[in-house]
Write a protein that binds this ligand. Structure first.
Ligand code: GTQ
Ligand code: FE2
Length: 357
């Protein structure tokens, strides 16, 4: 090919790309590596938020920002540094610290997004889910499945803080967001010790006859005493020589929908893990993203190329296919939530477990 021929072709090629652009077209061969990488390349980054930094900021919001019109929820979202400017902990998961001052009420609403709360301290607030009053206490997991009305009441003189997890980014990307305000009137202002859902569905291994399957859990509260007892039993059985744990010194439970045995929420997996003092997990890689919160204890999390020292209340993100290793200092209890049910439903779930050190 002569130089002039080559120059002519280059011009034609440039013109071709201009015409693609003008017609709203993008040729695959210019973008394939980004579009279809050999393995997941998440934009989200491993990141840690310290409870010691979050709590004072939540308290300051409590003083300065009243709950009411314009701010129906005093929730402050964790924003992943790899998703700058977005109130998203991961591409699919919202995680927020929520603060309700004494005698405040966060008014009723419902939405197509699924939600849960996990409590690491306090018991001043109860949440009302579709008319069922649900007490919130340390270590409890509380649900507000898609399209259930929910409102939060602080009926005490003490403030309360907890974390929320929702599938807001996923639902936003799916263009599936629906939202409705609820009525301001409430049937009850008292919280019984056990909600109606717990009385009906909260008996181990006993399913009420005549109740249909529910796509999300009919149980709105998972109490710490049960979670703690289950983890304790797994580790006791391990000490007796039974194979009862995920790996040596590492117990775990998944919060499940008692009507189906599947995840508590359709889109969000919720789990509690316990590592004995000094235990170390084998490296794990999972498709999908997760957020962890330290419930109690200290340790170290290595996520991809980051190393996080952990203390009570700290939250960290594990992006898709980033390797995670956990090491307990003293006994370490961790709450975890992830978007794995979505990947499982789509046939995209995968986990790689390496060898223990
Ligand atoms: O408590 O209803 O963190 O609707 C984000 C959206 C909490 C809630 C959040 C919500 C809520
Ligand atoms: Fe809500």
């Amino acid at each position: 090919m002569t130089i002039t021929q080559h120059g002519r072709e280059q011009k034609q090629l440039n013109k071709l790309y201009e015409d693609f652009d003008a017609m709203g077209l993008i040729p695959l061969w210019t973008i394939r590596d980004d579009l279809m990488p050999m393995s997941p390349c998440p934009q989200a980054l491993p990141h840690l938020w310290r409870w010691a930094d979050l709590l004072p900021l939540a308290e300051r919001s409590g003083e300065l920002v009243p709950v009411g019109h314009g701010c129906a929820r005093r929730a402050i979202a964790l924003s992943n540094p790899g998703l700058p400017g977005l109130p998203y902990a991961t591409p699919n998961l919202w995680a927020a610290i929520h603060y309700l001052a004494p005698h405040e009420v966060a008014p009723a609403h419902r939405h197509s997004q699924s939600a849960f709360r996990f409590v690491i301290e306090g018991e001043s607030v109860w949440t009302n889910v579709d008319g069922d009053a649900v007490a919130m206490r340390r270590g409890d997991l509380l649900l507000a499945p898609s399209w259930t009305y929910h409102e939060h009441h602080n009926t005490t003189d003490r403030p309360m803080t907890w974390i929320d997890g929702l599938d807001i980014p996923l639902v936003s990307r799916l263009d599936a967001s629906f939202f409705e305000f609820g009525l301001d009137t409430l049937a009850t202002c008292e919280t019984p010790k056990r909600s109606r859902g717990e009385r009906l569905w909260g008996h181990p291994g006993l399913r009420p006859i005549g109740q249909p399957d529910r796509s999300s859990s009919p149980l709105m509260a998972y109490r710490w005493e049960h979670t703690d007892a289950a983890l304790t039993a797994q580790l006791e059985l391990e000490a007796e020589g039974a194979s009862s744990v995920i790996e040596p010194g590492h117990a775990g439970v998944r919060f499940s929908n008692p009507s189906t045995g599947k995840d508590s929420l359709l889109t969000i997996r919720t789990e509690m893990h316990r590592l004995l003092e000094g235990a170390r997990t084998a490296p794990v890689k999972t498709v999908g993203s997760a957020v962890w919160q330290v419930f109690e204890g200290t340790g170290v999390a290595t996520v991809g190329d980051r190393r996080f020292e952990l203390s009570r209340g700290d939250l960290f993100v594990v992006p898709s296919w980033d390797e995670l290793v956990l090491e307990a200092g003293d006994r370490l209890d961790l709450f975890r939530f992830s978007d794995e049910p979505v990947y499982e439903a789509l046939g995209l779930a995968d986990t790689y477990r390496g060898k223990s050190a």
